[in-house]
Design a protein around this ligand. Structure first.
Ligand code: ZN
Length: 165
């Protein structure tokens, strides 16, 4: 068992730090917790600004995180990745990690609430500004543009209506 600690993080609230060197490819932690349906998971976190849900397989089942792994913060330039191995989710070192470093992985979020920006403060050079996956960001930009267009249309119709009065 690797020696890890939870302490305050510059990225977000608390983070998970390693007290020893970790070599690339090491399975550091398992993302443990109760497995529930996506619907049940969303109900549990309704109205809360964060979740500890981790989608597995096709995303219909989520792990409601409980344990050390849920403290691992997001970074757009992470030192870990997650991988599903025989139906279990592990946080694995992407590179050699030195003692004292904070562990991070790319959350690659999807299916967020419309008004939730999931802002990222990882400060890496390649920061996307958000914890959403690039695909989810494209989807959200398209949805926002569509909404804007519809609003513009509605206001034009409004003007026409008032003129014809
Ligand atoms: Zn970032």
């Amino acid at each position: 068992m690797l020696r890890l600690i939870i302490r305050s993080s510059d990225i977000h609230a608390a983070g998970c730090f390693t007290l020893e060197n970790i070599s690339k490819g090491t399975r550091i932690l398992e993302y443990t917790g109760e497995r529930v349906t996506k619907l049940e998971g969303n109900n549990r976190y309704e109205g809360r600004p964060f979740t500890y849900l981790f989608g597995v397989g096709d995303g219909e089942v989520v792990i409601d995180g409980h344990g050390m792994a849920m403290f691992v913060n997001h970074s757009c330039n992470p030192n870990c990745e997650t991988d599903e191995i025989e139906d279990r989710v592990y946080i694995i070192a992407l590179r050699d990690i030195a003692a004292g470093e904070e562990l991070t992985y790319d959350y690659w979020l999807y299916d967020g609430d419309e008004d939730d920006e999931a802002a990222c403060h990882c400060d890496s050079k390649r920061c996307r500004g958000s914890m959403y996956s690039p695909e989810e960001l494209r989807k959200r930009r398209r949805a926002a543009a569509k909404k804007k267009k519809q609003q513009a249309k509605t206001s034009t119709q409004g003007k026409k209506a008032s003129r014809s009065r």
